[in-house]
Design a protein around this ligand. Structure first.
Ligand code: FMN
Ligand code: SF4
Length: 556
């Protein structure tokens, strides 16, 4: 199938003159969150000029200088669309409308087919989350590929499907419906009993850190406050991972239901679903699902009320980190905050906030509909329930496989028919994950078992790394991602990633091997958040495994 032409889009959105704050308020009901106001304003008027900044400052109640700094952070709002968050992009040229995005994720980077046709207004996105197919790009809010668009295969190897249960074996790609039975069962319980049930079930966050969800909800519920928030984290940016997008598109009501159960348990009356801008279809589907849930009376019933809004990101991987995400919603730069205080104590606007991953939330209705013990019995004593794994186009039947924790990786790899070409390793868990060679594929999918072997499950993405892949090129790709996406808050990560990329772009000798290893070790030891701490760990594994392919032994 030939790809559609990618046209120039200079006049797609013709910006209208900057309105005054009063005029803007007259046409837009409600104040909204700062990020929503900024997003909507830019959609309608393009990047703000001096008068526009005054309007935005008045609408968001943020100082102009803060807004200028914030706007310069996000790739989508930059005139050059570059992803370098730590560079100075304070001068804006006017730009209007969304542009086409070409996937530069690791999965597409490893594609063999022709790259997508770029136009002057295209920009590269760190991953478009359609890794089951090759060479993806976004045009007019739809995903395209230079290869045949392939159906994603959905399989479940667990004794009972949890995450995929509402769309497994369904040919219908329309979003699944829901009776919200788990939510109404929750409303019959005391809020503290729900937290107890989630704790007994042993649900751990699927966003990467595997923190116990019941403990997080307990911390949020027990912080005295007049307002609490629940945020669904849909910033899924790990290359190779697309389960959150799939859930938002095919089972949006489970996301909403999980949030409503959490909101009731914690006493949160406001919920936000934050979705990366690379997922426009998911954002539209979840907005429709919220409207359906509202019309059906689920958002306001008896004494319970929780208003849920959708917010679109603006091009930042680190905004998936919960404190950076909170900054983003507040209209600030998406930089990581120092902790403590934790979001459950002082999160959005200083109020107790629980940030939960999309897949985590989709496990919650199941736990409410069943007994906590049913859920806890699946998996291993410390990692209970199921986990989805996303396989990229390097496998025979790429797609999502739901497994019970404890299942060997090899079993899931066999379920997708193995790899299309001989593999040197798999990349598990995206850029902050790990590299696993075939002799270790007997490792169980289990947080503890993986940790014991020095691996990290992350969000469960699996990218095939063929023997034939250019390992030095992949090293530079990985480091350029890190240098571009570092939020710039701490120097080991922001400067160290750039320097590492420079080293890897020069001659790859024994000298540069030592320099890189030392620098990555330093970044890993001294960075503020998991981005700077974990990418160097995964990269060090990679450098160790493929040192003979990457470096020439001669010192320069
Ligand atoms: C750099 C970085 C990016 C992250 N991106 C995501 C993300 O896209 N989605 C997500 O759920 N968690 C992400 N996390 C983890 C979140 O900080 C947080 O732990 C998670 O949203 C909590 O939800 P959970 O307990 O349900 O996993 C990221 C963390 C870091 C350090
Ligand atoms: S390690 Fe530091 S610079 Fe890197 S993303 Fe985290 S806070 Fe930002």
């Amino acid at each position: 199938m030939s790809p559609p032409e990618m046209p120039e889009q200079p006049n797609q959105h013709i910006p209208s003159p900057s309105p005054s704050a009063a005029a803007y308020r007259r046409t837009h009901q409600g104040e909204g969150y700062p990020a929503t106001i900024i997003h909507q304003y830019i959609e309608e008027h393009g990047l703000p000029d001096a008068a526009g900044l005054l309007t935005l400052a008045s609408l968001t109640k943020l100082p102009e200088s803060t807004l200028r700094s914030s706007l310069s952070y996000y790739a989508d709002y930059r005139a050059d669309h570059s992803a370098d968050h730590s560079a100075d992009h304070s001068s804006h040229t006017d730009r209007s409308g969304p542009c086409s995005k070409i996937c530069n994720g690791t999965s597409c980077f490893l594609s063999n087919d022709n790259p997508p046709p770029a136009s002057a207004s295209s920009r590269y996105a760190s991953c478009l989350g359609h890794c089951h197919q090759e060479n993806n790009y976004l045009l007019d809010d739809s995903i395209h590929s230079t290869s045949e668009l392939s159906e994603v295969s959905i399989q479940c190897l667990a004794s009972d499907a949890v995450t995929t249960r509402r769309f497994l074996n369904s040919d219908n790609t329309e979003p699944a419906s829901s009776s919200y039975a788990g939510f109404y069962r929750a409303l019959e319980c005391k809020p503290e009993d729900i937290i107890e049930r989630i704790t007994t079930a042993g649900l751990r966050g699927r966003g990467g850190a595997a923190f116990p969800t019941g403990k997080k909800w307990q911390a949020c519920a027990s912080t005295a406050a007049d307002q609490r928030y629940i945020i669904a984290n849909g910033n899924e940016g790990d290359a190779g991972s697309y389960v959150d997008r799939t859930l938002l598109e095919r089972d949006p009501h489970s996301v909403i239901e999980g949030m409503l159960i959490g909101a009731y348990a914690m006493g949160a009356s406001k919920g936000i679903i934050y979705i990366r801008s690379e997922y426009p279809a998911a954002a539209n589907i979840i907005k429709r699902a919220i409207a359906e849930a509202r019309d059906a009376g689920h958002l306001q019933t008896g004494n319970f009320s929780c208003e849920i809004s959708v917010m679109q990101g603006a091009g930042s991987f680190v905004c998936g980190e919960e404190t950076a995400l909170i900054n983003a919603i507040e209209g600030l730069r998406g930089e990581v905050r120092l902790r403590p205080p934790y979001p459950t104590e002082a999160g959005l606007f200083g109020k107790p906030t629980a940030v939960d991953n999309i897949e985590t939330l989709c496990n919650v209705p199941y736990i409410m509909e069943h007994d906590a013990e049913d859920y806890q019995r699946m998996g291993t004593p410390t990692s209970s329930g199921t986990k989805t794994l996303c396989f990229n186009h390097g496998f025979v039947r790429p797609g999502i496989v739901e497994v019970e924790f404890g299942t060997p990786l090899q079993t899931a790899i066999d379920a997708v028919g193995g790899s299309k070409t001989p593999l040197a390793a798999i990349l598990l868990g995206g850029p902050m994950g790990c590299v696993i060679t075939p002799d270790q594929w007997d490792t169980p999918v289990c947080y503890e078992a993986m940790q014991q072997r020095g691996f990290d499950l992350g969000h469960g993405s699996i990218i095939a790394l063929p023997k034939s892949a250019d390992k030095a090129a992949l090293l530079r790709h990985w480091l350029s991602f890190m240098a571009a996406e570092s939020c710039g808050k701490c120097e080991p990560c922001s400067l160290g990633s750039k320097r590492s990329f420079q080293i890897a772009s020069g001659p790859l000798t024994a000298t540069s091997q030592k320099q890189l290893n030392d620098l990555l070790h330093l970044i890993g030891q001294t960075s503020l958040c998991a981005f700077g701490r974990e990418i160097p760990r995964a990269l060090s594994q990679y450098l160790d495994i493929f040192r003979d392919e990457i470096f020439t032994p001669k010192s320069s």
